[in-house]
Design a binder for this molecule. Structure first.
Ligand SMILES: O=C(O)c1ccccc1N[C@@H]1O[C@H](COP(=O)(O)O)[C@@H](O)[C@H]1O
Length: 213
């Protein structure tokens, strides 16, 4: 299963988290977020990595040009579109960046919110389901109501996000079977400062902890 740890800001934490077993690191390219990082900060984390891991930039309503520039400058191989990006926008980006994974986040307010998922089938590589918050885009720690999800079949591989922690992850995974999970605030001391003990606890729970030398 894929495990993405999002909101990385510090090179030493990014490398430690990758070595603990994360398959992807996420970088918040949304200026209003307390976890915001500029491309040079992402590049510093990427250059420090000693293991192979996906590097995903999280964007919200940027232009295609801005996203392409940041992907190239920062050394990303995936983009997570976390706002109102249309299927057409995702498709255009995918054509321009054929080697970059396009992930569309859907913030699930009601079970009906999932009906839009099908419109992204041909436009993205991966879907991500996050909790809805009325004023914030993500990283809120708000839990998605997993009990509303089991009836749905998504037509793309998908990641579960929204308020996941080492304490509730197994309960979530007993109710839904995503292709991966994505955690941010549930494994940090303060926004952008990851708690490596919580990350290690997560992998212990998942049974995939990798020994750190
Ligand atoms: O983390 C942020 O600050 C953020 C800002 C803007 C868009 C998305 C953001 N994070 C994403 O939110 C989800 C869930 O986070 P949490 O585990 O509930 O804290 C995750 O996909 C992050 O990538």
């Amino acid at each position: 299963m894929r495990v993405k740890i999002c909101g990385i800001t510090k090179p030493e934490q990014g490398d430690a988290i990758a070595r603990l077993g994360a398959t992807a690191l996420g970088f918040i390219c949304v200026p209003t977020s307390p976890r915001y990082v500029i491309p040079a900060q992402i590049r510093a984390v990427v250059d420090r990595l000693s293991v192979n891991v996906d590097r995903i930039g999280v964007f919200a309503n940027n232009t295609i040009d801005e996203i392409c520039q940041i992907v190239n400058a920062a050394g990303l191989n995936g983009v997570q579109l976390h706002s109102n990006e249309s299927p057409q926008f995702c498709q255009q980006l995918r054509q321009l960046l054929p080697d970059v994974e396009v992930i569309k986040a859907l913030r699930v307010q009601t079970p009906d919110s999932l009906s839009q998922a099908d419109t992204y089938t041909d436009a993205v590589d991966t879907l991500l389901l996050d909790a809805y918050h009325p004023t914030q885009l993500g990283g809120t720690g708000k839990t998605l109501d997993w009990t509303t999800l089991p009836g749905y079949t998504l037509t793309r591989p998908w990641l579960l996000a929204g308020g996941l922690t080492p304490d509730n992850v197994l309960s979530a995974l007993s109710q839904v079977q995503p292709n991966g999970i994505d955690l941010s605030s549930g494994v940090e001391r303060s926004p952008g400062d990851k708690d490596l003990h919580k990350v290690a606890q997560l992998f212990e729970k998942l049974g995939t902890r990798v020994a750190v030398e």
